[in-house]
Design a protein around this ligand. Sequence first.
Ligand SMILES: *Cc1c(COP(=O)(O)O)cnc(C)c1O
Length: 396
Amino acid sequence: MRLQTKTVHTGVDKDSAFNSVITPIYQTSTFRFENIGQTKGFDYTRSGNPTRRALEENIAALEGGVSAAAVATGMAAITLVLHFFKTGDHILCTHDCYGGTERLLRTYREQFGLEISYVDMRDLSSVQDAIQPNTKAFWIETPSNPLLNIVDIRELSRIAHRNGALSIVDNTFLSPFNQRPFELGADIIVHSTTKYLNGHSDVVGGAVVVKHQEHAQRLQFLTNALGQGASPFDCWLVLRGIKTLAPRMREHERNAKAVAEFLSSHSHVRKVYYPGLESHPHHELAKRQQSGFGGMVSFEVDGGIEEAKQVLSSTRIFALAESLGGVESLIEHPATMSHASMNPDLREKAGINDRVIRLSVGIEDPNDLIEDLDQALAFQPGTRSRARTSKAVAEC
Ligand SMILES: *Cc1c(COP(=O)(O)O)cnc(C)c1O
């Protein structure tokens, strides 16, 4: 089966009692034993549940891994993966990772003695220089949040493996529809299923997928031991959301491209970050490594924090909210919202200044999205650029 067919069919058709087409929600904490030591495959929902198993089969199939764990949040997925390591191990992390990842890594460094260093992974020679004898993993996130930098998963995995380290990729921003890190050499993938996989802004969830059999057992052990498993109902919702992953991702990309082109031509926009634009510094790498450019667009307004605030408070369709990947469009301010927890020095170094605004472009009509941004960007009276609105969409 091809990916789009798997999204619809894997982990489905599980009900041999009544042949329900949809996977049932096994909303139970425990399972009756047939006899001492004999179950029908499940004993207690913390260690395993049929609805959760269905979702895990689906996500593992989409990523091409041997096993997956569906957990309570994206951060739970990252926590779980950190438990593959021990005190004194060194993790080399991309310098512009998700804010919550940086906060968690800081906690693990301070409380549990993991060594963490941050490096700009676009620069392979500084990656090479940052490797230590105790380096056990590379933490890769591409495209990055919120500036959509692209790093080379294949090259980074090669360097990691040459040095006995694992290549771990946070694939939240593109989903397996647009990027399959295992095919590029990664060993472990994490997801916030809260975002594109579920796609409807009604669940927080996470997943870890492993490529190697030797990690599969550790994954199951940790999910149970740490008590991280997602609830049956949440798993059912994510499984339902994934069925429309392919058409949603196509719409997200079409709209994001239209919005990015509109913003690029706007006089109140200083800079647009979208890997699908030919002007993006890693456009060629994105084309090679991804099968699409996704639905996230960031931009810098002309001016400073006041102008940014003006835009953020004036949109009518784009809701001022954190998160991303849902069918509805969102707008947010990384410096004070999604990346507020990030160490300010690191944030500055990563280029996340006060002017940066991040959009999660939804699947609404692109003309409405562009008109909304156009009126929000009209912060200096008399300089609106309505003329280009419909043209930008017509061209995509
Ligand atoms: C949202 C997000 C996370 C954290 O996921 P939660 O479900 O909010 O816990 C991790 N990584 C990336 C790239 C994210 O966007």
